[in-house]
Design a protein. Structure first.
Length: 192
């Protein structure tokens, strides 16, 4: 084999190895993004599953409280309106905002309940309150898992050189589930 042919074969082999390396990088990175994106969607579905559970419990809770606290109409209307906004939210950011509003309304409802000792001892209310507390804990766990999936995905699509591929294929940054500003305020505890 002549020296020229050896150089040509060497260049072709090097080019082939380089092409295979690029293919492996693009394929592996793209598939990783797809997996992480699906992980975010799966984690969000679990959050929605728990939010739906809470959404379904609220009418029972409101009706139970209504029987005891007829004069607390404003708080009950606020919970009902917040619940309907949750039902009408379509995008992830809208759902996050609506559920944060609902969480605040439920907190105010539970403060109202403190004024009615006979309601606090009612067995149906206690069961509903336990279900709601359990659901809120599940929501917190699923929100944490969702935020972890979002973090992993966002880090992957923003890391160099993978960010170049993410931009080419339209992998956009995912939205974290963040607590509303009101949740960061210290609650006031007052004994009467």
């Amino acid at each position: 084999m002549s020296k020229g042919k050896k150089i040509l074969v060497g260049v072709l082999v090097a080019f082939l190895l380089l092409a295979l390396s690029f293919y492996g990088f693009f394929k592996g990175t793209y598939n990783r993004f797809v997996g992480l994106d699906e992980g975010v969607k799966s984690a969000w579905a679990q959050v929605e599953n728990q939010l739906q559970r809470r959404f379904d419990l609220i009418p029972n809770l409101v009706e139970t409280v209504k029987g005891y606290a007829k004069q607390e109409k404003d708080v009950l209307v606020e919970v009902t309106n917040a619940r309907s906004r949750v039902g009408g939210a379509n995008t992830v950011p809208d759902k996050i905002a609506a559920n944060n509003e609902l969480s605040g309304a439920l907190s105010r409802l539970l403060v109202v309940v403190e004024r009615y000792p006979e309601l606090k001892s009612n067995e149906n209310f206690l069961r509903l309150q336990d279900e709601l507390a359990g659901t809120e804990n599940r929501i917190a766990v699923e929100r944490r898992r969702y935020n972890e999936a979002v973090r992993n995905y966002n880090v992957a699509i923003r890391s160099f050189p993978a960010n170049l591929l993410a931009g080419m294929f339209g992998f956009d940054k995912a939205t974290f589930f963040e607590a509303p500003a009101a949740a960061k305020a210290t609650p006031q505890v007052k004994f009467q």
